[in-house]
Write a protein that binds this ligand. Structure first.
Ligand code: HEC
Ligand code: HEC
Length: 165
């Protein structure tokens, strides 16, 4: 009886759960959070391949127009975290989705980013977004829950409608 009841609950949960939006594993590594979450949200490592993380971590003094240099002693820990969770290393669902053979150098140029943000060009420069890299403007809980659910109610309806696949 008990097993049946549990099975019934499991089936009910499976049926009522809507198509899963993509979710990134939440970053818990404190070094990564403090060193890479200062100027922007610490980006999910599943979005880039290990070669790009290695390149980014070896060139922090010339980092997307900023000097993001950090104590060299902590670079190996941060690099290891990103490599272990890279799109071509990790097998979590998000990493597999971001895996690609295309040539690109940053998240916002990755094929998956471009596919999911068609038409968003009209909002990147909006004063409440400022940059496509500002994931949290639209995905407000990406850093706390990993969810990519978006809420763009802060944008005028005509702009909002154009952004998204
Ligand atoms: C001193 C500030 C600063 C720090 C610290 C910093 N970054 Fe950045 N990062 C930036 C800026 C500025 C950009 C460009 C954002 C934009 O174009 O809107 C950027 C962009 C990025 C991008 C590209 C995202 C995209 O738009 O495709 C990645 C990846 C990245 N940072 C990773 C890291 C990692 C990993 C660390 C920790 C080692 C880190 N950052 C620390 C300032 C910083
Ligand atoms: C201007 C708002 C905005 C910004 C900024 C933004 N996104 Fe999005 N994102 C959206 C919208 C809208 C969708 C699409 C939804 C749809 O039509 O399914 C989306 C979809 C996604 C999806 C797909 C979710 C799914 O389950 O299909 C991922 C992953 C994603 N965004 C990641 C990011 C990342 C990473 C960043 C920052 C580097 C970012 N987004 C920046 C608005 C934004």
């Amino acid at each position: 009886m008990r097993t049946l009841a549990i099975a019934a609950v499991l089936i009910a949960v499976a049926v009522s759960t809507p198509a899963r939006a993509e979710t990134f594993p939440v970053i818990k590594n404190q070094t990564v959070l403090s060193e890479c979450g200062d100027c922007h949200m610490a980006f999910p490592p599943q979005t880039l391949p290990k070669a790009l993380w290695t390149k980014i971590m070896s060139n922090l003094s010339d980092h997307f127009g900023e000097d993001a240099s950090i104590d060299p002693a902590i670079i190996p820990e941060i690099l290891a975290y990103h490599v272990q969770n890279a799109s071509d290393v990790s097998n979590v669902r998000a990493a597999v989705k971001w895996r690609s053979n295309a040539k690109f150098t940053r998240i916002i140029d990755a094929p998956r980013f471009k596919k999911k943000h068609k038409g968003c060009d009209v909002v990147w420069s909006h004063e409440k977004v400022k940059s496509p890299s500002n994931c949290l403007a639209c995905h407000q809980t990406m850093d706390t829950t990993g969810s990519t659910k978006e809420n763009m109610s802060f944008l005028p309806a005509n702009l909002r409608r154009q952004c998204g696949d």
